[in-house]
Design a protein around this ligand. Structure first.
Ligand SMILES: [Zn+2]
Ligand SMILES: [Zn+2]
Ligand SMILES: [Zn+2]
Ligand SMILES: [Zn+2]
Ligand SMILES: [Zn+2]
Ligand SMILES: [Zn+2]
Ligand SMILES: [Zn+2]
Ligand SMILES: [Zn+2]
Length: 414
């Protein structure tokens, strides 16, 4: 049996049964000829937009509009090519042509900020790493100094810190060096000039403090302890300059001298040394001391002498340079008292110099140790001149034979 029928086709737009010619699309939608010509077409799928102009969005049918990617700049739906950026946002070709681009992220920008000729979008302006020097957002090349970012502009135009190498608009001048704020804050300070230390510095074995290269080489040094002097120091009339620390313990007055002699004698008798004759003590200036030493015929460089022992028959004099700090004064006076002891006990007047001086240094060393002036005592220990040579002989002798035997040996050693 053959059944004959008519396929009744409805137009998707007007819902009327189509009589005559009709147009159909691959998705199965069908339009009558009239609707097809009369309705606006979607610019994407080319199909008639069923609701007419009112249903068209920017020339798209609603389905195509919803499916189409939207430009993040103009917010319009995009047909065809577009540009995608690192943050996944997209721009239509029109916007790419129409607007300037951000120099950091490359996106087209409607509103932007210009920094040193560079265009920055709002996002980049708030999110870009800032230069540690000019605090502008960094675009392109940059430098890192210990976790600090510096833009290429600042790196090229500003002077750099001599310590960390970072460029800075504000550098502190420290002698012939330049330091940034951070470096000058955290740098060690020179004990003389108080300025931050750049590079190497110096210290003194027996005294506290660290000193910058500038002070070590160019500042006057304390005549007592040898350390560089700061802005303030004590000027002694004989031309010496001494630091405040040395001044504080300096032996200057007759009373201080008496106190010193008392301490020295206590040390002298503790070693078992006895001096028969009376010793006359005097504090004198450096110049006068040099003069006395010259008169006595001793061959010692001027300015380096701290004390002198003189004997004329039974008359014994000890001269001590004034303004010596206590440890230096004690070491010196004990050395000279030891000479007095030798003058009474050594019969052989031709005893070699290194033995005489060595013995006196040994006495000085023992007494300095006894009173806790270990730093000053160590200076004797490290001497490598003729005094040091003789001193070592006595120190070795003491270790082997004890103090009592040493005193007997000192009288006859040659
Ligand atoms: Zn129709
Ligand atoms: Zn469409
Ligand atoms: Zn766009
Ligand atoms: Zn940007
Ligand atoms: Zn900068
Ligand atoms: Zn620095
Ligand atoms: Zn200094
Ligand atoms: Zn000093």
């Amino acid at each position: 049996m053959v059944s004959v029928g008519v396929i009744r086709v409805k137009c998707d737009a007007c819902k009327e049964i189509i009589k005559g010619k009709y147009i159909h699309f691959s998705d199965g939608s069908i339009f009558c000829n009239e609707c097809f010509h009369y309705l606006p077409k979607c610019i994407s799928c080319k199909k008639p937009i069923i609701g007419g102009e009112d249903s068209s969005i920017d020339g798209f049918c609603s389905i195509c509009y919803n499916r189409a990617p939207k430009c993040d700049i103009c917010e319009k739906a995009i047909i065809g090519s577009y540009t995608r950026f690192a943050d996944k946002s997209i721009s239509c070709d029109d916007c790419m042509k129409k607007y300037v681009k951000c120099d950091r992220c490359g996106k087209p920008v409607v509103r932007y900020t210009k920094i040193r000729g560079n265009i920055l979008c709002r996002h980049c302006l708030t999110h870009a790493t800032r230069c540690n020097v000019c605090s502008n957002p960094i675009i392109g090349t940059y430098w890192i100094f210990d976790k600090n970012y510096v833009c290429d502009y600042c790196y090229k135009i500003y002077e750099r810190c001599n310590m960390c190498g970072m460029p800075s608009q504000f550098l502190f001048t420290v002698h012939d060096k330049k330091l940034c704020y951070t470096c000058q804050e955290k740098a060690k300070r020179c004990s003389a000039c108080g300025l931050p230390i750049v590079g190497r510095y110096y210290s003194y074995k027996t005294k506290e403090g660290i000193f910058c290269e500038h002070c070590e080489h160019l500042a006057p040094h304390c005549d007592s302890c040898g350390r560089p002097l700061g802005i303030q120091y004590v000027d002694i009339s004989d031309g010496r300059k001494i630091c405040f620390e040395c001044q504080r313990s300096a032996v200057i007055t007759e009373e201080q001298l008496r106190e010193l002699i008392k301490t020295a004698n206590e040390g002298i008798s503790s070693l078992g040394l006895k001096i028969v004759n009376n010793i006359n003590y005097r504090l004198i200036s450096r110049n006068l001391l040099d003069k006395r030493i010259k008169e006595s015929g001793a061959d010692i460089a001027a300015g380096k002498n701290l004390g002198l022992f003189q004997r004329k028959d039974e008359k014994m004099n000890i001269y001590l340079q004034t303004h010596l700090p206590i440890q230096l004064a004690l070491g010196t006076i004990c050395h000279e008292i030891a000479h007095a002891w030798l003058s009474e006990n050594v019969i052989n007047k031709t005893q070699p110099l290194h033995l005489r001086e060595g013995f006196c240094e040994w006495v000085s060393y023992k007494i300095l140790q006894k009173f806790g002036y270990h730093g000053q005592a160590e200076l004797i220990l490290s001497r490598d001149d003729i005094y040091g040579l003789g001193f070592q002989k006595f120190l070795d002798y003491e270790k082997k034979n004890g103090i009592k035997a040493l005193l007997d040996w000192a009288k006859i050693a040659r």
